[in-house]
Ligand binder design. Sequence first.
Ligand code: SF4
Ligand code: SF4
Length: 132
Amino acid sequence: MKRPRLLGLVLKNLVSKPATIQYPRVKTPVELDFRGVQYADLGKCTGCSLCAIECPADAIKMTPIPPEYEVPKTNPRRIYPLINYGKCVFCYRCVKVCPTNAYIATNKYDIAGVSRLTSEAFSLTTLRRVGS
Ligand code: SF4
Ligand code: SF4
């Protein structure tokens, strides 16, 4: 690149706005149908395990529901799909195959943190605690 052209580019970039977003101070805009965090509504889940069997990334582990939660009679084994978002590739195969449409799909993406990222907290909020 010739010097005068390079100088012109430098001057242009000095006065133009940055091309990047200052995340996380500025939120990245996403489409409404962006495939973000998905989790099972345990009021609808029957614990059939189909989503775990079909997951191509082996990101779903069927897990016992803690005893302090009220579980619908339609889930006699009291198990639910626990998603490891660190392994999930967000293909939404689980959402599509669920025979009871139990999955709640969101466009939430900002879940990075120091703790292990799973659907536990999301799914358990869909059940009532015993006695509440
Ligand atoms: S979105 Fe795909 S990879 Fe993620 S848990 Fe569902 S089936 Fe598995
Ligand atoms: S496929 Fe649906 S009903 Fe079956 S375990 Fe998964 S979320 Fe529950």
